[in-house]
Design a protein around this ligand. Sequence first.
Ligand SMILES: *[C@@H]1O[C@H](CO)[C@@H](O)[C@H](O)[C@H]1NC(C)=O
Ligand SMILES: *[C@@H]1O[C@H](CO)[C@@H](O)[C@H](O)[C@H]1NC(C)=O
Ligand SMILES: *[C@@H]1O[C@H](CO)[C@@H](O)[C@H](O)[C@H]1NC(C)=O
Ligand SMILES: *[C@@H]1O[C@H](CO)[C@@H](O)[C@H](O)[C@H]1NC(C)=O
Ligand SMILES: *[C@@H]1O[C@H](CO)[C@@H](O)[C@H](O)[C@H]1NC(C)=O
Ligand SMILES: *[C@@H]1O[C@H](CO)[C@@H](O)[C@H](O)[C@H]1NC(C)=O
Length: 350
Amino acid sequence: MSFLKFVVSALAVTSAVLPATAGLISKRDVVKPKVMVVSMFAPEAEAWLNPWNDLYANNISVPGLNTLFPEVHCNTEQTVCQVTTGEGKSNAASSMTALTLSPKFDLSETFFIISGIAGINPYAASLASVSIAKFAVDVDLVHTIDLRELPKSYQSAGWEIDTDPYGNGTSNNEVVYPKSFNYQTNIYQLNNTLIEAALEIVKDVVLQDSEKAAEYRKKYEQPAAQRAPFILQCDTATSDNYWAGNYMGDFASNITNVLTNYTGHYCTSQQEDSASLTAIKRAADHELTNFNRVLLMRSGSDFDRGTESISALDNLLKDNGHTLGLAAANLYHAGRPLVDHIVNNWSYWN
Ligand SMILES: *[C@@H]1O[C@H](CO)[C@@H](O)[C@H](O)[C@H]1NC(C)=O
Ligand SMILES: *[C@@H]1O[C@H](CO)[C@@H](O)[C@H](O)[C@H]1NC(C)=O
Ligand SMILES: *[C@@H]1O[C@H](CO)[C@@H](O)[C@H](O)[C@H]1NC(C)=O
Ligand SMILES: *[C@@H]1O[C@H](CO)[C@@H](O)[C@H](O)[C@H]1NC(C)=O
Ligand SMILES: *[C@@H]1O[C@H](CO)[C@@H](O)[C@H](O)[C@H]1NC(C)=O
Ligand SMILES: *[C@@H]1O[C@H](CO)[C@@H](O)[C@H](O)[C@H]1NC(C)=O
């Protein structure tokens, strides 16, 4: 710690124990957490809140949060908080905008850990494995026409906005790099130094497994799908459209490959991350958040596609292993050591 930093933090400690005076009150009430865990729906939130009951010590209501989850939960020391956005891109963007602009919080130095379940690509990982993403790619930003109204040569029902399936000498609408990114939110890249540091801390965490997951993953022939839950780095695709199947999975892979210049690897599908990142990025542009302090953790609650003997429809609707609880629990098992490390070694992380 530099001398100046030492003086500043000593002053901060001193002012925190001074009796409240008129000028200090509002500043003292602003919560400045070191970590904000972001969940999207109740099972993900409960995976943190149930084992970590102290997060209920401070319930802070924030205008603009989802009516189902109107409060941010913070521990006694207000070093760690948890928010639940609601599902889908609209809820995620709105809730995260409300949170990042709230005068009740100072999130300028906060580490965000987005912690959610996802569909998982069996070529990359297994049920309840936990991934840390470098890229979040929005695979909704496409043109779509039902395949029944497209030429037989088309390999998918969609193609990236700002690309021209006629214009490249191809007649099969292969994914190509867009001419422009008018929507701006197609792809977000997260800080690699942070990702590496996080992986170093969580790499030895033993994730939970279950007999049900072990039994179910035998149905998949891919080696990665057959492994006990593990931790890995791979990338995530956002879509409001809750899709399933080989072709949609390949479509997400192809878009991820092309938009990342073949440096990214699609492994999880979810419905919020690009939206949450859009809100955090806009706040970061005004130094209300720090975009170098965002981690995306997603754990596989089900495979994103079936097998030779499990149709895409059955995989989506019934025969999918039902490992949501296990996946959510593993988000906590992998995430908690990271949160503790950040909070307890703050001078290093900050
Ligand atoms: C915070 O909310 C939880 C869940 O609604 C509740 O159980 C808890 O008592 C609340 N904490 C406080 C300090 O009111
Ligand atoms: C045409 O396709 C090739 C191969 O996929 C790609 O490298 C190139 O960028 C595309 N050109 C245009 C104008 O889309
Ligand atoms: C990642 O974060 C570190 C630490 O804040 C910073 O030094 C580095 O410049 C960041 N990397 C990029 C590519 O922004
Ligand atoms: C994905 O890309 C591969 C290789 O270019 C191609 O063979 C396949 O048809 C594509 N799939 C979809 C759904 O776009
Ligand atoms: C991919 O390449 C394009 C064109 O060179 C570049 O503008 C873009 O930043 C690259 N994207 C990534 C994620 O590296
Ligand atoms: C703080 O960092 C040190 C050195 O990396 C590590 O050994 C220790 O476990 C960390 N503390 C916590 C609470 O994680």
